[in-house]
Design a protein around this ligand. Structure first.
Ligand code: XIL
Length: 471
């Protein structure tokens, strides 16, 4: 998951931000932004192995201040609107890639990831689709063609896709979208299969709002993704939008809920973070907002499978919030004049606290010891359990083998992020092709399900034949 990108040019780029912001200040008569932090948000995020992204309005990329912030402070971009169905296929079968291509090019120029948003959604559908009447077979074909065409267009260039967006009602039932009404729940599995076939390397997400906490809606989502996994439908992750309200953010509860999805073996991500307030803003609301941003970031960073955080807009000037939530705004990390707000510092501090590189090349390496392991039974029932294991290694590894014992009569049902075998009560896990290389101080995570009974919390784990400390 580590996504190191070279950042030699970034200090220079930051100087450009300051210079062009000063020029903008002269031109528009507002005061120049306060200095962005050094190292940037992007740099501290990268050294935690997580991404920090923003929604981008590609039309604003010609604004120097805006595009400088996007390129220096973020290492992932999401199209705010340009990759939605109404933008991409405004007439049936006629595709317009202009906005999406612009964003992908920008990301490539700036060594950034692209988070694709979104393929199948009840909202922002083109008129021909929304209002057209199609047989069920025809609609299914239209939907899978759209997914195939768009994912193929950006094969290898978009690393993650929100394949299905906002599929749920608040009570946890499936939303009565045109797709659900005509095709039933199978529209979801079919969309994911079409996306996987078009780009086997892209990570495929389902994304929703009001699912940040453990509630009826997120329970519905949990049941759905569990079913999809059980049926072998290709799904890799769950996106949690996090359109939140200042003073109303429960970080530990968000963490717990992220963790229960992560324990299914899925990646999780914060995909559309903004935290709005009743206007006008004042300094105490801005301070509270900073604490709330910090709480969400801490929640993600405490979950090893939480791959990153995307904020929904750079500045209060470009945010969707005032257009949609009457009387509310100031939801982003930069203010109307592109000055970083306390929320910006809070996000950055969260990454630094999680081990993000504070920028000093002389920093010592992370402490080395031998190994320590957390063996966490996240879910148990009479005849089985779900376990996640995290092992921290003191030494750099190229290839690893972990072992532990299960209680008598309990056997391994399936596992992820490793190759598993069981002999008697001893389970051996060897690295998968993609996670064998671990730096000193780095972690290994894998998980599995048991049958015939539950595993025991806190079971000791050994790495390369050596018993690891607990915790
Ligand atoms: C919003 C955009 O920010 C607005 O510009 C647009 O007018 C409407 O959509 N959930 C989503 C996003 O998944 O696509 C939405 O984006 C915000 C809510």
């Amino acid at each position: 998951m580590r996504q190191h990108r070279v950042s030699t040019v970034r200090r220079l780029a930051r100087a450009t931000v300051a210079a062009s912001a000063a020029a903008a200040a002269l031109a528009f008569g507002f005061s120049a932004p306060s200095q962005a932090a050094d190292p940037s948000l992007r740099e501290v995020a990268e050294s935690t192995g997580r991404f920090i992204g923003t929604a981008v309005n590609d039309g604003l990329l010609s604004n120097g201040t805006y595009s400088d912030i996007v390129s220096t402070e973020f290492d992932s971009v999401t199209a705010e609107n340009a990759m939605k169905w109404e933008a991409v296929e405004p007439q049936r079968g006629q595709y317009n890639w202009a906005g999406g291509d612009r964003l992908v090019q920008f990301a490539q120029d700036n060594d950034q990831l692209v988070y694709g948003h979104t393929l199948v959604w009840h909202s922002q559908m083109p008129g021909w689709l929304q209002n057209g009447s199609f047989s069920n077979n025809e609609l299914r074909q239209i939907m899978t063609d759209h997914v195939t065409t768009q994912v193929s267009r950006y094969k290898g260039q978009v690393q993650r896709w929100d394949v299905v967006n906002e599929a749920f009602n608040e009570d946890g039932s499936l939303r009565q979208s045109k797709f659900y009404q005509q095709l039933g729940a199978s529209y979801i599995a079919d969309s994911f299969r079409a996306a996987r076939a078009a780009d086997p390397d892209a990570k495929l997400f389902i994304n929703d709002y009001n699912t940040e906490l453990d509630n009826a809606k997120s329970d519905g989502l949990y049941r759905l993704v569990s079913d999809l996994l059980a049926q072998g439908v290709p799904i890799d992750g769950v996106g949690f939008q996090n359109h939140l309200i200042v003073g109303n953010v429960n970080g530990p509860a968000i963490r717990q809920n992220l963790q229960r999805f992560a324990d299914l073996g899925l990646e999780v991500a914060v995909t559309e973070l903004d935290i709005r307030m009743q206007m006008p803003s004042d300094s105490s609301k801005l301070q509270q907002q900073a604490r709330d941003y910090r709480a969400v970031a801490d929640a993600c960073l405490a979950v090893s499978r939480c791959s990153g955080i995307t904020v929904w807009g750079v500045s209060d000037r470009d945010s969707w919030v005032p257009d949609v939530f009457e009387g509310q705004g100031a939801a982003c990390p930069w203010d109307e004049n592109y000055r970083p707000k306390p929320a910006y510092d809070a996000l950055r501090d969260a990454f630094v606290a999680a081990g993000g590189d504070p920028g000093d090349p002389d920093d010592p390496e992370p402490p080395t010891g031998d190994c320590s392991a957390v063996f966490n039974v996240s879910n148990r029932w009479d005849t089985g359990s779900v376990v996640s294991v995290t092992v921290r290694t003191g030494q750099a590894l190229s290839g690893w083998r972990a072992q532990f014992d299960l209680p008598a009569g309990v056997s391994l049902a399936n596992g992820w992020n490793g190759s598993f075998s069981q002999s008697g009560s001893t389970v051996t896990v060897a690295n998968a092709a993609y996670n064998g290389t671990v730096p000193a101080g780095g972690t290994i995570s894998f998980g599995f399900q048991t049958s015939g009974g539950a595993a025991q919390d806190g079971t000791r784990v050994s790495l390369g034949g050596q018993e690891c400390a607990a915790g």
